[in-house]
Design a protein around this ligand. Structure first.
Ligand code: NAD
Ligand code: UDP
Length: 404
């Protein structure tokens, strides 16, 4: 429920903000819009090329938040309305990006333009107009762990000093230039450095978010159903597609890479804290009292992930197979997974992050936030959604004779 009487940490009513959200029609944007409409009094100017994932918030226009969300269909690459919309808002959140690994080595130019060049005007307009910016970067800026360069049998590989990723201490370790996989990480790193420099030299108020594999309903697309049939989405949608079609799940290079997965709803709570601390800033500025709270989010880079949910990709495939069988009532396949080389799956120039464990010290200290949902629970609710949303459409697509 929207609440006009929500209060800040001082017990004062929260002042509604206008938020310019770029990329609001994507996976994270759709969940953030939902949360802001349901639980805050804020207004969202939602910018994107698509709005399918937020249609339920825009229609019918009789919804109780109808006057608090406004969709603007625009491409930030070339649209003169961008600066005006940023000026109208108190805060800009930039989510727009090409962010599917299958694109990094096959469309490196689009990837670099999207993640660096297209984000430049957003940073510039925020800085010039004195507007706060929350920019979405990625855990991939860390690249590979230091430990991955140690001999396979080195006991130091078990030492967290060699693999836990810390915002203010870990290096960014990418592969060679021919490994075009790193075009995304490198572009994200440079935009982070630019934002940080705008803060240091020109006083830009910013927060940088580094998501660690956020997953949940509405992530990406199911090839051939609501996306291109030859498209390759991120691993959750790839494996969901295989399960829905009763095909073995494809393990790239044996599925040995490790990831930590966090439920989108836990992660959105962290973003809300970053936004609301800004509210505390506005309230404090009104009466010139404490400046302590805003410093908690501003000028910081935050890892947002769940270090307790670590699995290899192979273990993820096994767990998803088990959970999907439970929620769909269908038996598992006799051969549930199949190995495939990265060259065959992604093409030349692919490379991988070996392990991604977020250090939680900074986000804990600054925002007091912790993730809650276990991997099993988040897969259960997500795969229930995937089954409910896509199972019938897949059955129809499979039944249709090819060429019709
Ligand atoms: P997404 O692809 O679902 O959403 C991105 C949205 O931006 C899309 O709706 C797209 O249409 C829009 N967009 C892209 N270019 C645009 C342009 N030029 N003009 C207007 N709109 C444009 O991705 P997501 O998972 O929601 O990710 C959001 C952000 O978080 C990205 O910056 C991504 O790099 C970062 N991130 C996400 C994850 C994750 O786990 N989901 C992990 C690391 C980083
Ligand atoms: N992966 C896989 N099979 C698939 C899709 C992805 O084995 O069908 C692997 C991929 O090689 C990577 C991991 O799963 O090691 C996570 O991939 P994702 O696309 O989610 O992006 P990343 O975490 O690498 O940014």
């Amino acid at each position: 429920m929207a609440s006009a009487t929500r209060v800040d940490l001082d017990g004062k009513p929260i002042k509604p903000l206008t938020i310019c959200m770029i990329g609001a029609g994507g996976f994270i944007g759709s969940h953030l819009c939902e949360k802001l409409m349901a639980e805050t009094p804020h207004k969202v100017l939602a910018l994107d090329v698509y709005n399918d994932k937020i249609k339920h918030l825009l229609e019918p226009d009789t919804a109780e938040w109808a006057d608090r969300i406004q969709f603007h269909r625009l491409n930030i690459k070339h649209d003169s309305r961008l600066e005006g919309l940023i000026k109208m808002a108190d805060l800009t959140i930039n989510l727009a990006a090409i962010c599917t690994p299958a694109d990094y080595n096959t469309r490196p130019l689009d990837t670099i333009y999207s993640n660096f060049i297209d984000a430049l005007p957003v940073v510039k307009y925020c800085s010039e107009n004195g507007k706060r910016l929350i920019h979405f970067s990625t855990c991939e800026v860390y690249g590979k762990t230091i430990g991955s360069f140690l001999p396979k049998d080195s006991p130091l590989r078990q030492d967290p000093e060699y693999y836990v990723l810390k915002e203010d201490a870990s290096p960014c370790i990418f592969g060679s230039i021919e490994k075009q996989r790193w075009s995304y990480a490198c572009a994200k790193q440079l935009i982070e450095r630019l934002i940080y420099a705008e803060g240091a030299e020109n006083g830009l108020e910013f927060t940088i978010v580094r998501p660690f594999n956020w997953i949940g309903p509405r992530m990406d697309f199911i090839p051939g159903i609501d996306g291109p049939s030859e498209g390759v989405p991120r691993v959750l949608a790839c494996f969901s597609n295989n399960l829905l079609r009763r095909e073995p799940l494809k393990l790239v290079d044996g599925g040995e890479s490790q990831r930590t997965f966090i439920y989108i709803k836990d992660a959105i709570e962290a973003v809300l804290l970053m936004i609301c601390l800004h509210l505390v800033l506005l309230a404090y500025n009104d009466d010139n009292s404490s400046q302590e709270n805003p410093a908690r989010a501003n000028g910081h880079i935050f890892n947002v992930g769940n270090p307790n949910n670590e699995v290899t990709v192979r273990q993820l495939a096994e767990m998803m197979t088990e959970v999907y069988s439970k929620v769909s009532g269908e038996p598992t396949l006799d051969v549930p997974t199949v190995d495939i080389s990265s060259r065959e799956f992604y093409g030349v120039g692919y490379d991988d992050s070996d392990k991604r464990i977020p250090d939680m010290t900074i986000i804990n200290r600054q925002l007091g936030w912790n993730p809650k949902t276990s991997l099993w629970d988040l897969l259960e609710s997500t795969l229930t959604y995937q089954h409910r949303t896509y199972a019938e459409a897949i059955k129809k697509a499979i039944a249709k004779p090819s060429g019709t």
